[in-house]
Ligand binder design. Structure first.
Ligand SMILES: Cc1cc2nc3c(=O)[nH]c(=O)nc-3n(C[C@H](O)[C@H](O)[C@H](O)COP(=O)(O)OP(=O)(O)OC[C@H]3O[C@@H](n4cnc5c(N)ncnc54)[C@H](O)[C@@H]3O)c2cc1C
Ligand SMILES: Nc1ncnc2c1ncn2[C@@H]1O[C@H](COP(=O)(O)OP(=O)(O)OP(=O)(O)O)[C@@H](O)[C@H]1O
Length: 565
């Protein structure tokens, strides 16, 4: 396996770069190959998850009463968990038997809308299958199972409703047009089905019951109508923090059975069935999919490693599992409920310490909520070139420049290292995402949607609202014009990777250079494909790379961006 030496320095992120004992007990602390997140064995994960699920389960099953008859279907979408799952709870409460279903929708494995990248890249495909395997196991533990079917939900669900005589299909509500179209078609097709009921000559048409479940603040608890969502994040945050409360997790019953009589529950597809190639992660972080891994990561980050109390100081790191929570892949697949994170933060604050860092995780989760609600207000404008503000600008679709960015061959180690990490692991830090986004749109002048679709393909944590929301902000077309920011590579390198450790992790040849040369290696590295718009914004002795016109056609050193980071 490919290994190299990592120098332990005193920079913010390396302080929090703790090598997982489980994975590397026999490996010297200084040699890092791949780190699994969370750093537990499968058995440890299941044990940890069982304990967490127990905490979020009703103490006494007698307190939960089932009120309905017959079979209810739960259509699992981006809510791949048993804990705090309203659709699952309502289906259980309103029936005698629950049929949990996942539809492997072929459209998820086609191309992205404009530029045709695989809509679900191989690493996210693998992660998703791990989520399904774990969900099946967790449902089995609670007396149910997961029916896995291949096809479009709007075609499969009516046929299942008919076969099992289910009056209601419960599912979690989505907010972007692709998913809304599926909801609409499923509703229409379910209404075409006629089911017999107890009363003679009376027919029932099954319906789709959608419930809210993706955010920390419930949509019904917002102090304003979603269409009147404030235009700035700060206004939004202050308003909800002062006027709304976060609901507790739904305490699920201990047992969710019995299941209906199903002959063949189906298998979780393997990668070849999805038309995807298996990719082995052997550098950086390997995330394990599923609710058990998600709950274990919460335990690991908050309780075992006790990192929550320093989150605000470390969150801008780029290297290793521990500078930030790494909750996002599980939040995006719904293997982790944001309300469970909230309850765990509050428990930590009571038992250990409450400080700026413990609050800041909630502050970041409110950003996630904001982008979700924004997608309702802004609709498809989030995906359009001009964004919510309908900004008119000239964008390039230069294939050579885009390929250099995508493949990590721009000649700027900070960009290249981040893009290599994304391809190799499906993850990139928030700091890295902001830098590579700014570089693509501002230094290269490339149509931001190409970058957003590349992220859509690669990211384990891809979520349409957070991805397109952040990209529109990064491209300066988002609803808040104050977010129009330029990220200066020399400055970012100096502030966030001063010793060049991150770049030499992903570009090992740079490790041989003196630290001060790692970000600007000159002739010993690829020639920069564009000049930077603001090459001279660094604080110290890094040579300026700004010479005349940028690839985007703008003059260097102009004053378009008031905020240079
Ligand atoms: C161009 C760009 C594209 C992005 N695309 C996505 C995406 O598709 N899916 C996604 O989940 N995040 C996206 N983000 C936001 C952010 O980068 C990731 O959520 C974060 O890096 C995940 O790492 P973490 O869980 O360790 O975050 P932490 O720092 O530990 O934060 C905790 C949680 O807060 C939320 N959060 C933090 N920052 C943001 C943010 N800027 N926007 C929304 N939520 C946030 C996430 O749910 C995260 O898990 C994007 C950011 C940028 C700049
Ligand atoms: N979940 C999603 N992920 C990525 N892109 C999305 C998502 N939902 C919607 N979009 C984007 O929104 C845009 C419009 O989507 P869609 O085609 O579903 O809308 P529509 O109202 O049917 O429009 P049209 O039929 O004119 O294309 C596209 O750019 C599409 O990529």
């Amino acid at each position: 396996m490919f290994c190299f030496k990592l120098n332990i320095s005193k920079t913010i992120f390396t302080k929090s770069f703790i090598v997982s004992k489980t994975m590397h007990s026999s490996v010297s602390r200084n040699y890092v190959c791949m780190q699994q997140v969370p750093g537990f064995t499968i058995d440890e994960m299941q044990k940890t998850a069982d304990q967490s699920v127990q905490r979020y389960t009703k103490d006494n099953d007698a307190l939960n009463k089932r009120k309905g008859k017959g079979v209810a279907i739960v259509w699992f979408r981006n809510d791949l968990r048993v804990h705090d799952n309203e659709a699952l709870f309502l289906a259980w409460e309103s029936s005698e038997a629950v049929l949990p279903v996942y539809c492997v929708d072929p459209r998820l494995f086609h191309g992205t809308y404009h530029f045709g990248f695989p809509k679900t890249g191989a690493l996210r495909g693998q992660f998703l299958m791990e989520c399904l395997t774990d969900l099946k196991r967790n449902l089995q533990k609670q007396g149910l199972d997961l029916l896995v079917q291949h096809g479009k939900p709007e075609e499969l669900l009516p046929s299942l409703a008919k076969t099992y005589g289910a009056y209601t299909v419960y599912a979690q509500k989505e907010t972007c047009s692709e998913e809304l179209n599926v909801e609409k078609m499923a509703t229409i097709n379910l209404e075409q089905v006629e089911l017999q009921c107890d009363q003679p000559n009376f027919r029932v048409r099954p319906k789709l019951e959608l419930c809210w479940g993706s955010t920390m603040y419930h949509i019904d608890d917002l102090p304003f109508d979603c269409m009147l969502l404030p235009d700035t994040y700060t206004q939004f945050r202050k308003s909800i923090e002062s006027k709304s409360a976060i609901r507790n997790c739904i305490r699920m019953p201990n047992s969710l059975g019995p299941p209906p009589d199903v002959k063949d529950w189906g298998c979780i597809p393997d990668m070849t069935e999805l038309g995807l190639e298996q990719i082995k992660v052997d550098r950086g972080m390997k995330f394990i999919g599923g609710e058990s891994a998600a709950l274990s990561r919460v335990f690991e980050y908050f309780w075992k490693k006790d990192l929550l109390k320093i989150y605000k100081d470390t969150r801008n790191g780029m290297l290793g599992p521990d500078y930030s929570t790494k909750f996002s892949p599980w939040l995006a697949s719904g293997s982790l409920s944001p309300r469970l994170i909230y309850e765990e933060v509050k428990r930590y604050e009571k038992q250990r310490v409450a400080n700026n860092s413990t609050y800041w995780v909630l502050f970041e989760l409110i950003w996630r909520d904001y982008f979700r609600f924004l997608s309702i207000k802004e609709g498809n404008s989030l995906f359009l070139l001009g964004g919510p503000r309908n900004v008119k600008a000239n964008w390039s679709q230069n294939q050579i420049l885009f390929d250099a960015w995508k493949n990590g061959q721009t000649g700027y180690p900070l960009i290249d290292a981040n893009m290599k990490e994304l391809s190799a692991t499906g993850f990139m830090s928030n700091r890295g995402r902001q830098i590579v986004c700014s570089f693509l749109v501002r230094d290269m002048g490339i149509d931001w949607r190409i970058g957003a679709e590349w992220f859509e393909s690669c990211l384990l944590d891809y979520d349409p609202c957070s991805n397109y929301g952040n990209w529109t902000y990064g491209a300066g077309v988002g609803n808040d014009p104050r977010e129009d920011r330029y990220f200066s590579i020399p400055k970012q390198a100096q502030n966030y990777d001063p010793e060049g450790e991150y770049v030499s992790y992903w570009l090992p040849k740079l490790g041989a250079l003196p630290k001060e040369k790692r970000h600007f290696p000159g002739m010993s590295y690829i020639k920069p494909v564009v000049v930077l718009r603001y090459g001279n914004t660094k604080k110290s002795n890094t040579p300026s790379t700004s010479r005349g016109m940028s690839a985007a056609g703008g003059k260097s050193n102009d004053s378009r961006y008031k905020r240079i980071h």
